[in-house]
Design a protein around this ligand. Structure first.
Ligand code: LMR
Length: 399
């Protein structure tokens, strides 16, 4: 069957981790996949997660199937993170339907499959640049992909005017994928004045916003980061949100996420939920329980929730400190290129401006793994490796 088939290329992000593991260089550093590391270079299980698991070990009574859309307490928790604890019009009007999905990727794919059924002719508009897997997910669901300008490599800032002028031309019924916060890979987000304008434009033009919200809590904090979701909620229009607990709960391998479909009325939302469940049923039947049980246990126990927020803030603070150490380390080594924008970028990543040639040189000669296009996972830098990384980049740039 496979004799005449050409092998698929390795994944541009997760494939790097496979190559990294095989690398014999004792100094190797993985700055590829967006995975948080602590000062010891370890991706820790959060203490609040361990506490929740201890409780679950004693209290879990069954491994029977979850409902198709997941445990309702879990999906309520997701909605409270998205729309706020109190006074959420979306929640009280029952305008949102949430299904537990296997990770943010699973949420995007379920949303894509649902959209394809009811908007088969639509195009999906994706920012330039974007997370590489966005293209794959929406193409696999059968959509035609188009792009809108987003990040300007020259000015290292948002191309807001160009982006808006493209969004103005997008026809009703098309889908526009936006990053809820911590744009991957650029780390450059829409600001507080721009989000309402983008949401108002969606309402005016009738295109459907799909917010990929994989980094809630990694920008400013859980509340401020949901401004985009809030602005779209205020329009009363249809939109979609893909949530992930990989990063903010460190639940990478539990594949814990959710797809939320927001519509203008409770009746429409009921209909949306029925089709969401139908889509889930034919893809994976019903969700895996463990990650959702952890999230629900943490978010419904105030002392666990408090320690989650503390641990999340600690992760963010360490990343911010590493941004400074990285920028200062490069400046100290006489690198001419201006990397100061890295201090302003948000989330886990820095769009370093390193060329693909430099990225290959760093990998081949120094065992430093960076995603093509120059995206660096700042959360992979530690006090122990940042000097080596800065020295290696300086050497690469001074060749
Ligand atoms: C990333 O962008 O590195 C992460 O979201 C991991 C992934 O699945 O690509």
């Amino acid at each position: 069957m496979w004799k005449s088939v050409t092998a698929a290329p390795a994944d541009s992000i997760l494939g790097l981790t496979e190559a990294f593991k095989k690398d014999q260089n004792p100094n190797k550093v993985n700055l590829g996949a967006g995975v948080y590391k602590n000062e010891q270079g370890i991706t820790p299980v959060l203490a609040c997660v361990k506490d929740a698991e201890r409780i679950l070990l004693g209290s879990e009574q069954t491994k029977s199937y979850l409902p198709i859309s997941g445990d309702p307490v879990y999906t309520d928790c997701v909605q409270h993170l998205l729309f706020g604890e109190e006074d959420s019009e979306v929640i009280s009007s029952r305008r949102a339907a949430t299904a537990h999905a296997p990770g943010g990727t699973g949420a995007l794919r379920i949303g894509a499959e649902l959209l394809k059924e009811f908007k088969p002719e639509a195009s999906v508009w994706i920012s330039t640049p974007t997370w590489a897997n966005h293209n794959g997910i929406f193409a696999a669901a059968g959509f035609e992909l188009k792009s809108y300008p987003y990040y300007d490599a020259e000015t290292k800032a948002l191309k807001y005017e160009e982006m808006m002028s493209t969004l103005h031309r997008i026809p009703a019924g098309d889908i526009v994928l936006l990053h809820g916060c911590c744009h991957n890979p650029s780390g450059v987000d829409l600001n507080a004045e721009q989000w309402p304008e983008v949401a108002a434009l969606a309402a005016e033009k009738g295109w459907i916003g799909f917010l990929d919200f994989a980094y809630q809590g990694f920008g400013d904090d859980v509340e401020s980061d949901r401004q985009g979701v809030e602005e779209f909620s205020k329009t009363g229009c249809d939109f979609f949100v893909a949530s992930s607990f990989s990063k903010n709960f460190g639940l990478y391998n539990e594949r814990t996420g959710a797809i939320t479909v927001i519509s203008p009325t409770a009746q429409e939302t009921e209909v949306a939920l029925s089709h969401l469940k139908k889509t889930v049923r034919v893809c994976y039947s019903n969700p895996p329980a463990h990650g959702g049980l952890i999230v629900k246990t943490v978010l419904t126990e105030p002392s666990f929730e408090k320690s989650w927020r503390t641990e999340l803030a600690e992760m963010c603070n360490r990343i911010v400190a590493m941004r400074s150490a990285f920028v200062n380390g490069l400046a100290e080594r006489g690198v001419d290129q201006d990397f100061s924008c890295i201090k302003k970028q948000r989330g886990m990543f820095s769009f370093s401006g390193l060329t693909d040639e430099t990225v290959s040189w760093l990998r081949d000669n120094k065992g430093i793994y960076v995603v093509g296009g120059g995206r660096i996972n700042v959360a992979g830098l530690t006090a122990a490796n940042v000097d080596y990384v800065c020295e290696s980049i300086a050497e690469a740039l001074h060749r």
